[in-house]
Design a protein around this ligand. Structure first.
Ligand code: MN
Length: 245
């Protein structure tokens, strides 16, 4: 049986003077380890062919990166808003809506959970340290694979089933997070300061799991519960493919 194909939303970055497009290697490692085939979907593709990008894939991974533009949730930018990319916003919202229409399984990470929430009518904290009293440090200074705060995971949930735990130490690289919850989403994890760290679709809806931390960074950590999230996502992509056959 060939591997389920996972579309991974990409970024454009200038490196050594040239604009380049791709994804952090950790996403590709995690998908590959879980038995999937990662395919990079670049935001440089034209608007009218974004839906074509969904034809070859059985799962969609929405990745980390820039802040979502606050106009997409009815707010004006605050002083501490970070870098934004309106083209990437539009590209990923189109991808996500197309995936929902086709019932393609979706895993969303960091910016991804924020993008999904905004696409479903929710809003964000633009900058946790200045807007939210009593917040923990969610923009850790430690390395990518260091775990810096814990999350409590609600069970039963798709997330708890995939991870096999109800408490997890996570790495945390975000200064934004979900404020008002988008339509149809269920909260499945919170940090100790009450911040929403994971959401998912209702049990009867197509598979959608979104987390605020970076599980892909643990691809090299033996026995990491985070591996279960990618394993379950790739299994769901395989089930989606079987239904379409
Ligand atoms: Mn966090």
């Amino acid at each position: 049986m060939s591997r389920p194909r996972i579309g991974v939303s990409g970024v454009v970055r200038v490196v050594e003077g040239a604009p380049r497009t791709g994804v952090n290697a950790a996403y590709a490692h995690s998908i590959t380890q879980a038995g999937g085939l990662p395919l990079i979907l670049s935001p440089v593709i034209a608007d009218d062919i974004v839906v074509d990008a969904l034809d070859p894939i059985h799962g969609l991974l929405l990745t980390g990166g820039e802040d979502v533009h606050p106009m997409l949730y009815g707010q004006s930018p605050l002083p501490k808003l970070g870098q934004v990319d309106r083209e990437r916003d539009a590209f990923e919202i189109d991808l996500f809506r197309g995936a929902l229409d086709r019932r393609i399984p979706v895993l969303a990470i960091c910016r991804g959970i924020q993008l999904v929430n905004v696409a479903l009518g929710g809003s964000l904290w633009q900058d946790l340290p200045t807007e939210r009293q009593g917040a923990l440090r969610h923009d850790q200074r430690d390395g990518r694979t260091t775990r810096s705060h814990s999350v409590a995971i609600m069970a039963p949930s798709r997330l708890a089933r995939a991870l096999g735990v109800i408490r997890l130490e996570v790495n945390s690289f975000h200064h934004q997070a979900i404020r008002d919850l988008g339509r149809g989403l269920m909260i499945t994890a919170r940090a100790e300061d009450g911040l929403i760290e994971a959401v998912e679709s209702a049990p009867e809806a197509p598979w959608l799991v979104a987390v605020q931390w970076h599980p892909e960074e643990f691809h090299g950590e033996a026995g990491a519960p985070d591996h279960g999230l990618f394993a379950e996502f790739v299994r769901e992509a395989g089930r989606f493919r079987a239904q379409c056959a």
